[in-house]
Ligand binder design. Structure first.
Ligand code: SF4
Length: 484
């Protein structure tokens, strides 16, 4: 017999080659709570075999690992468009789209709005956590006025970026939807109310009554930069002040837009604030490292070099790429660093591209790297075939060489993870890889610049500067000795 916890969920969530019962969500994330409620409602109502979920891009992307029902994954912002196709092709099914506020409120707003306007027969569960969660906490249309995000470091200023988007209120202007409600998962009472609202959404879909939108206010402790309790308080106090809870419409129960009466009216008066005066973008985004670096100088004799760094999140892959880009900046080279996150911020795949050139760079993307550094097997298998002839691959020695690099590409297997462990600093495997880049002369950049850039990367942890400088030198010496 299934336990309560397992209702509607798969017994295991196999992911990245591991069987686990742990979801990818951060502790205290509202998605985790909503995922459990959705699974319970679906199972308790006996709808697992007739439900087709349309999964989003965003932190909710992995619902197909968790909910034991049919799934279709949509492109970013297109879940409502995909759900339109699903509910029309399978009018007998229960179709439920799951979307976040970047997904539905920004890139996908129009197709969600038009689907609602047409009264498509699906339910849309819309998670509002006031920012882009998966990509690192950028401003979303739902970001509160004054809320600090990575792209509004001084707080959202409506004069520059507009007011928060009230999705329920906007959709409530349409004629077709049969149900529109906003709930929250910030505390136990709200979670119970949220479950009732999810059930209502499923009921409407089971009975094929029409379009239903359920907005759920959810905490994102990671990007709020708060512990889960404070994040829930923020959700309850700050978010609810902007996005009041309530049932805006339930056609079958006689709740109509006119009966609501107390719709939230956002102020439209714009107070134009002066643009903050800052010395540079680096200062604006708080990335200035105190290292004086000259502007890029054109030098056509310096060839363009393209790098790809890849591994699991948490292995310092992105920092390694920043080090190389920073060293290039110190040498007045043109350079770009371009990160790419996997579907999870923590523990999933991460990679970044770096381009270094003596002339202006056209594109930050790197499809065919000159140098590939891989810290894990999935990254190696994904990128090794792309390396240019004459290029270099440096891969951690724990990675099995299941594929040979293309002809003319040199492969170095470097025990970076083991060396870091042997040196007593397991987190310094990326410093070992930087040592390998220096030892094998892969960057075209000076050793001093790479070392200075490494030290600058520890500006928030100055106690680690000397340790990493020492590790860099010891690892480089060991690798050179091994190579000879
Ligand atoms: S980043 Fe935020 S929304 Fe995404 S899983 Fe973590 S807490 Fe949840």
């Amino acid at each position: 017999m299934k336990t309560i916890e397992q209702k509607g969920m798969y017994q295991k969530f196999p992911r990245s080659g591991k069987d686990t019962r742990v979801t990818h969500y951060c502790a205290g994330c509202g998605h985790g709570i909503v995922n459990k409620l959705v699974a319970e409602c679906c199972a308790e109502m006996g709808l697992q075999d007739s439900t087709i979920f349309v999964d989003p891009v965003g932190c909710g992307v992995f619902t197909y690992y968790y909910w034991d029902a049919a799934h279709i994954s949509a492109a970013h912002g297109r879940a409502s468009a995909a759900a339109t196709g699903v509910c029309r092709a399978r009018p007998d099914a229960v179709t439920v789209a799951y979307q976040g506020d970047g997904d539905l409120g920004a890139i996908g707003f129009n197709n969600a709005f038009q689907a609602a306007s047409r009264g498509e027969k699906f339910g849309c569960i819309f998670i509002n956590n006031s920012l882009y969660g998966m990509t690192g906490g950028q401003m979303a249309p739902t970001t509160l006025e004054g809320e600090k995000t990575t792209t509004t470091p001084f707080g959202r200023d409506p004069a520059l970026t507009g007011h928060p988007l009230h999705v329920c209120e906007v959709f409530n202007q349409l004629q077709a939807p049969v149900y529109i409600a906003r709930v929250s998962v910030a505390d136990t009472k709200r979670i119970l109310q949220c479950k009732q609202a999810i059930k209502r959404l499923f009921e409407i879909q089971r009975d094929h009554k029409g379009y239903a939108l359920l907005e759920i206010l959810a905490p994102c402790p990671t990007n709020f930069r708060m512990d889960p309790l404070k994040a829930a308080e923020f959700c309850k106090n700050e978010m609810e002040a902007e996005f009041p809870l309530g049932t805006f419409r339930d056609a079958e129960k006689g709740v109509t837009p006119d009966a609501i009466g107390a719709q939230h009216q956002a102020s439209v008066a714009l107070e134009v604030k002066p643009v903050p005066q800052v010395a540079s973008c680096a200062e604006l985004f708080g990335v200035s490292d105190g290292v004086d670096a000259p502007s890029a100088v054109d030098d056509p004799s310096v060839p363009e070099r393209r790098f790809k760094f890849a591994g699991y999140g948490g292995q310092g892959i992105l920092s390694l790429g920043i080090c190389v880009a920073e060293a290039a900046r110190l040498e007045s080279r043109h350079t770009l660093w371009f990160p790419s996150y996997g579907p999870e911020q923590r523990g999933g795949s991460a990679s970044c591209s770096v381009v270094v050139s003596g002339t202006p760079i056209g594109s930050p993307t790197v499809e065919h790297p000159d140098v590939l550094v891989c810290m894990n097997q999935p990254s190696y298998e994904r990128f090794v075939g792309d390396v240019k002839k004459g290029g270099i691959v440096i891969v951690d020695a724990t990675v099995p060489i299941t594929k040979q690099p293309p002809e003319g590409v040199k492969l170095y297997q470097v025990p970076a993870i083991k060396m870091a462990e042997d040196f007593g600093v397991p987190k310094a495997a990326n410093t070992m890889m930087l040592a390998a880049l220096r030892a094998f002369k892969c960057t075209g950049l000076g050793d001093d610049s790479l070392e200075t850039a490494l030290c600058a990367s520890f500006k928030k942890k100055p106690q680690l500067v000397e340790k990493n400088r020492d590790l860099l030198k010891r690892a480089e010496a060991a690798l050179i000795e091994k190579e000879h």
